[in-house]
Design a binder for this molecule. Structure first.
Ligand code: B12
Length: 295
């Protein structure tokens, strides 16, 4: 995959005239660097940011990496789930650079971060977890694959377009004992790219500390995630007696995230939203946050 584009290359990729590219570059719509000879050059990250900001699918970007014509046709149609086996292979062999290239192709073919997580990044992890559970994958293989995906995702985040600040804060934490922090990190990445101030407390956060952070940062949205829960009754108590009152006292919402949260906690946890698909977060960033009294 090329790491820098010339004006001609970019005009071909975006299917516009070279003069349009020059105009966009000179007015600052797309970042570029100039060579000593005065030629414009566009780094790959700038191309991706531009496409993301303007929701332009880059039909053809990086498709040369996949000689298979079927794959190219799927990508051109925005069907990025075809990248799952490719990402899984790269993850199992610990190839972070290759995993990053696959994610770049994914976001270029479908410029929507939540879809990239949902359709490309998460499925290999779920498959890897199933294989580990069945004993067909060892712990070292699972660790290497998960770390490769986490690292590639973090590197992609650094390249992506970030909206200007919307002056809203989201606080995220993994519940006590919870070490699975990756999907919460992805939710944090999404809010960050939407221009929110993001405070992510990370793995295994004690409930008292979540409450302290809510009072300190006064977030519009607080997300507590739970995946491998050992004491469900304690979780429900902690949320209802400590975290939910704290979020209400600052006029914010409480969101519980994790697999099957709606099935597990509907009617027991006093949360404003139970999310078991990362796609649900789109509604939170696009709608106005209601005042606490209306919740
Ligand atoms: C990597 C991994 C680990 C790593 C985590 C590293 C890290 N920094 O995250 C390590 C090695 C630490 C680990 C440890 C353990 N793990 Co583990 N792990 C995984 C694996 C393979 C991937 C996790 C991941 O990142 N998934 C990413 C996304 C895809 O999954 P997700 O977080 O569930 O999110 C989904 C939904 O919850 C939803 N969602 C929607 N909205 C939101 C919002 C938020 C905020 C969140 C969080 C999620 C969410 O969207 C996602 C897609 O549908 C999974 C397999 C799997 N199915 O996920 C097992 C898995 C989660 N682990 C499992 C288990 C059993 C364990 C251990 C108990 C193993 C052990 N015996 O020690 C420990 C528990 C540690 C602890 N106390 O937390 C089980 C959990 C079963 C359960 N529900 O109880 C799984 C499902 C594997 C399996 N098939 O059995 N694990």
């Amino acid at each position: 995959m090329r790491s820098i584009y010339s004006t001609t290359d970019l005009a071909n990729l975006l299917e516009v005239n070279e003069s349009t590219i020059k105009r966009w570059a000179d007015s600052g719509h797309i970042e570029c660097v100039k060579t000593k000879g005065g030629h414009r050059r566009f780094p790959i990250a700038a191309v991706l940011r531009f496409a993301q900001e303007n929701r332009i699918a880059l039909r053809g970007f990086g498709f040369g990496e996949f000689p298979d014509g079927d794959m190219q046709a799927h990508l051109a149609a925005g069907n990025i789930s075809k990248l799952i086996p490719e990402l899984k292979r790269a993850a199992l062999s610990g190839k972070i650079d290759l995993a990053l290239e696959i994610l770049r192709v994914g976001i270029a073919a479908r410029p929507h971060l939540l879809s990239l997580y949902h359709d490309v990044v998460f499925p290999p992890l779920v498959q890897i977890g199933e294989q580990w559970e069945k004993g067909t994958l060892t712990v070292d293989e699972e660790h290497l694959a998960s770390r490769t995906i986490r690292e590639a995702t973090a590197r992609l985040q650094a390249e992506l377009f970030q909206k200007p600040s919307v002056r809203r804060t989201v606080l995220l934490a993994c519940y006590e004992d919870e070490l699975h922090d990756f999907s919460t990190q992805c939710v944090a990445n999404y809010f960050e790219s939407e221009g929110w101030k993001t405070v992510f407390l990370g793995q295994a956060t004690p409930t008292d500390s979540v409450v302290h952070a809510v009072r300190k940062h006064q977030p519009e949205v607080t997300v507590v995630s739970t995946i491998a829960l050992t004491d469900e009754r304690k979780f429900i108590r902690d949320m209802n007696e400590a975290v939910a009152p704290a979020t209400r006292s600052v006029g914010g919402m409480l969101v519980i995230g994790g697999p099957r949260t709606r099935e597990r906690f509907a009617g027991t946890v006093q949360a404003d939203m139970l999310t078991d698909s990362i796609l649900q977060y789109e509604s939170l960033t696009t709608r106005p946050i209601p005042p606490a009294a209306a919740l």
